[in-house]
Write a protein that binds this ligand. Structure first.
Ligand SMILES: Cc1ncc(COP(=O)(O)O)c(C=O)c1O
Length: 288
């Protein structure tokens, strides 16, 4: 994993030096994506790259790269680093300029960084499920932007981890929004409920794929806000994200979800999701 993309060029990681006046570093002024790689192929790359262009647009940054150009560069990086199974992290910041709150003039180039990481699939979590805590969602109101500002998410995750849990399920008052780094879905009487894509959540690529495969398979999906009470009385609960895929949640705070083991429908959705990965990236049997 010795190579990185640095402002459009693939160079040795040790040669990539970020300027201390990069606005990403000083203001969190930028956007990012994480893309999963299976069998050296990116999964749902187009969706991730379209989302980073959209996130950038929402903070007034017009990226100069097309989806096709980014895909070509990232593919080169995967080859250069001989990445088989793992992730690509990529970010664009607004660029390097003397520290001052207003945006710098448009001739300041965006900083573009990407690197790869070898990561195995979280097989134990997928099989056994994880525990979560509940946490008031204290983040800003533009959670649909995958922005570098992650302090609210980081603090929520830390609280979960410090309590021996994997994720913090966030809620604004009575309404469940999303995890600190995942989307949350519940199953009640055979129907899947998940928060609608709005400014209150990141419209996860895994969430979208999950909805697509469920609808194709005849599992009813309702994209409506659900309450803490709905969460408490759900038959099954799971989280979804690029790196965690479809991970069952078996306990929330001190309370068991359902029977305290991954639910039947969650397992079926995992199977459908695996099939979607395999149809794009090839067999998953080699990814352990
Ligand atoms: C806050 C938040 N919500 C949802 C997600 C899931 O998004 P995706 O499925 O695109 O990884 C993430 C992923 O990092 C996230 O950080």
């Amino acid at each position: 994993m010795n190579y990185v993309i640095f402002n459009g060029n693939i160079i040795e990681r040790s040669e990539a030096n970020v300027d201390i006046e990069d606005r990403g570093y000083q203001f969190g002024d930028g956007v990012y994506e994480v893309i999963r790689v299976y069998n050296s192929k990116m999964f749902t790359a187009t969706e991730h790259l379209e989302r980073i262009i959209l996130s950038a647009k929402k903070i007034g940054m017009e990226l100069t790269y097309t989806v096709k150009e980014m895909k070509e560069l990232l593919t080169q990086l995967i080859t250069k680093n001989s990445l088989e199974h793992g992730t690509i992290y990529m970010q664009f910041s607004r660029g390097v300029a003397p520290r001052n709150h207003p945006y710098p003039t448009s001739d300041v180039a965006h900083s573009f960084v990407a690197y790869t990481k070898e990561v195995a699939r979280p097989l134990a979590n997928l099989e056994n499920g994880v525990k979560a805590i509940l946490k008031e969602d204290i983040r800003w109101l533009l959670c649909d932007i995958k922005s570098l500002n992650l302090l609210g998410n980081v603090m929520a995750k830390q609280e979960a981890v410090s309590k021996g849990c994997y994720e913090a399920i966030q809620h604004r008052g009575e309404v469940v929004t999303e995890g600190s780094s995942s989307n949350i879905s519940i199953i009640k009487d055979g129907t899947l409920y998940t928060h609608p894509a709005s400014n209150l959540i990141l419209n996860g690529i895994t969430r979208r794929k999950m909805i697509e495969v469920c609808e194709k398979d005849g599992i009813p999906v309702v994209e409506e806000p659900f309450s803490l009470n709905d969460l408490n009385t759900a038959d099954e609960v799971f989280l979804s994200s690029t790196t965690s895929e479809i991970t069952p949640i078996i306990q929330i705070n001190e309370k068991q979800v359902g029977e305290g083991v991954p639910g039947v429908l969650t397992k079926r959705i995992q199977g459908l999701f695996d099939a979607a990965i395999e149809s794009e990236c090839g067999s998953l049997t080699t990814t352990v």
